[in-house]
Design a protein. Structure first.
Length: 357
């Protein structure tokens, strides 16, 4: 069976040039109970910044939703010429998890037709094995493939179509991937029952061009997805990883994040050398209606010449912004207030999916 790796495809790093960012316009008030009203305006601020540097593909349920979203975006000052609407119904807005994961051919001079340079992988989405209404979201990669006439690969082990959310992985674009055991290996989560660590690593190799997987243990407190890596540890360079820490020994994040830091210090790259590890603080606990929310600065999004960073009106906002400015000296660092947004249990990285150029 031919797989993307046999055709020299690989998942690029997020900081590689983008053609566009894909998002879905918020419409399900139940995702932000009693707090939905400000959410479209948070989206508008995000799109305003993204549309300065790249195209933005926006999924809306219908023409009425497009008209409403366009009005908000116009008032917010977004560059409407760079916005492209698609009338595809969605259950939720978390395109990092439900959208396609794009792959690109390694530059070796073998690409005869530029249209063949980019393809996509269509992993099964089952709403984190938590919700029943996900069938619209699971169709999104197929819609994108049809729109572009783009080659699409459907990852399987035997007859089992593999479940994978984009927020559960992060790559340096050079064959190394970060993920967590809590998300992908726990039988409780019911992503891929009976599929082993070795089978998952082989799938990452076959479909994303991964040569090595770094397994962290657990994610952060309040994470509805049970351990997505994009809330705790991210590549910010081919050999540099930024990871969240919590110095307060009484906080429930302290021990799992400390263990992940130890694992990262022990990890080695493909040349057998250690990674450069930088640390991000966690904001003070964000709690609403008695529920701990997954507030984390690690849920940033890297766009063309720009990094959008969640902020929480917290004393550590400045430290996080300065740390990421050091990691990306050639990009503008923009804080996006996510105090209301995080009530939806996701932030900037969760809502976006990059399309490589």
């Amino acid at each position: 069976m031919t797989t993307p790796s046999t055709h020299q495809y690989r998942m690029p790093a997020e900081w590689a040039p983008h053609t566009s960012t894909w998002i879905a316009w918020p419409h399900n008030a139940e995702d932000w109970p009693a707090k939905f009203q400000p959410i479209p305006w948070v989206y508008a601020e995000i799109v305003r910044h993204l549309s300065r540097v790249e195209d933005v593909n926006i999924l809306v349920n219908d023409a009425t939703a497009e008209k409403r979203a366009t009005g908000i975006l116009r008032r917010a000052g977004a560059n409407l010429a760079r916005l492209h609407f698609h009338h595809w119904r969605t259950d939720r807005v978390w395109l990092r998890d439900s959208g396609p994961i794009f792959i690109k051919k390694i530059a070796d001079g073998s690409v005869k037709n530029p249209a063949d340079e980019i393809a996509l992988t269509n992993w099964k989405f089952n709403a984190w094995a938590k919700y029943d209404n996900y069938l619209n979201d699971d169709l999104i990669p197929g819609h994108v493939s049809k729109l572009y006439g783009m080659t699409s690969f459907e990852p399987k082990v035997g007859d089992h179509r593999l479940v994978l959310e984009g927020g559960s992985i992060d790559t340096n674009g050079a064959g190394i991937l970060l993920t967590t055991e809590e998300c992908l290996l726990s039988e409780v989560q019911q992503r891929n029952p009976g599929i082993s660590r070795e089978q998952l690593e082989q799938a990452f190799h076959d479909y994303l061009g991964i040569e090595k997987v770094i397994w962290l243990n657990r994610g952060c407190a309040g994470d509805d997805t049970h351990g997505h890596v994009d809330d705790i540890s991210r590549f910010v360079g081919e050999n540099t990883i930024v990871t969240a820490i919590e110095p307060n020994t009484h906080d429930e994040n302290h021990l799992p994040l400390a263990e992940n830091l130890e694992r990262l210090h022990a990890a080695r790259n493909l040349a057998g050398k250690p990674f450069e590890i930088k640390t991000l603080p966690m904001p003070s606990p964000v709690i609403f209606e008695g529920q701990r929310l997954p507030a984390s600065y690690a849920n940033f999004y890297i766009a063309n010449g720009l990094v959008l960073v969640p902020t929480f009106n917290d004393k550590n906002d400045r430290i996080a912004l300065n740390t990421l400015a050091e990691c990306f000296p050639d990009r503008e660092i923009v804080g996006i207030h996510c105090g209301d947004f995080i009530w939806g249990l996701g932030a900037l990285h969760c809502m976006t999916q990059q399309e490589p150029a």
